[in-house]
Design a protein. Structure first.
Length: 241
């Protein structure tokens, strides 16, 4: 019994430590990306799980890494949102024939009504990740409250884990770029039809439909003929009075 009690006690203690660690981690302002693939478009969800020492949250300012140029914040019904712009040293092509002369340096959410300490909220930011596999992108955030503020801005030193920091800045690590996938089935079908038309004489969708229709009519005629022959044979086999 003593061994069983000790084992149960050790298990309970280990579980308690795991829960405590999870609670501590969840108490931070966090960032959750829809993808971390280098060069991909991602949707970042910034989570605010509590206030400042029990005080309600009134504003959250999220700083953007220097590599990020354009950001599209999602509208949150309970907050006003503002993009703080910063001039670029040199223009950057936008990929659509134009160029950027400034970038989004910060996104600021201001609460229409203070967010109580016991409630959480989240903000979504759409942006394109830089093409730098293995690089860490930090999004330092300053949480202002009715009383006091908390700066989630600490960055780990080389060889240090963010888990060791009291107020770590939300961050992500870029992974390998996504491989180019195969074209969707409908696109492949369209390409096939276009290639066939270019070759000339290829069967199109409408031709296939006509061919199927013709086969159906032939089958129907043959079936009717077989039915007629069967009926004639039946009449001949009947005894004559």
């Amino acid at each position: 019994m003593r061994k069983l009690s000790r084992a149960l006690g050790a298990t309970t203690l280990a579980a308690g430590l795991v829960v405590a660690g999870a609670t501590s981690a969840s108490a931070h302002v966090t960032v959750t990306p829809s993808t971390t693939a280098a060069g991909a478009y991602t949707l970042l969800t910034m989570g605010v799980p509590h206030g400042c020492e029990g005080s309600s949250t009134t504003k959250v300012s999220i700083q953007m890494p220097e590599q990020i140029i354009a950001v599209t914040p999602s509208v949150n019904p309970g907050w006003d949102v503002e993009k703080v712009m910063e001039d670029l040293p040199e223009p950057v092509e936008d990929g659509h024939g134009g160029e950027y002369t400034e970038r989004v340096a910060e996104v600021v959410y201001t609460a229409k009504e203070p967010l109580p300490d016991g409630l959480r909220d989240a903000f979504e930011l759409s942006l394109k990740l830089p093409e730098a596999e293995g690089e860490t992108l930090a999004f330092p955030a300053v949480q202002e409250c009715e009383e006091g503020e908390t700066g989630w801005v600490q960055l780990p030193a080389e060889g240090q884990s963010a888990d060791e920091l009291e107020y770590p800045a939300p961050s992500i690590v870029l992974t390998a770029a996504e491989a180019e996938g195969d074209a969707p089935a409908e696109d492949e079908a369209a390409d096939t039809e276009q290639a066939a038309a270019a070759d000339g004489g290829a069967t199109t969708t409408s031709d296939t439909g006509s061919g199927t229709s013709a086969v159906s009519w032939i089958a129907l005629v043959l079936g009717a003929g077989g039915l007629a022959l069967g009926l004639l044979a039946f009449l001949r086999s009947r005894p004559q009075n």
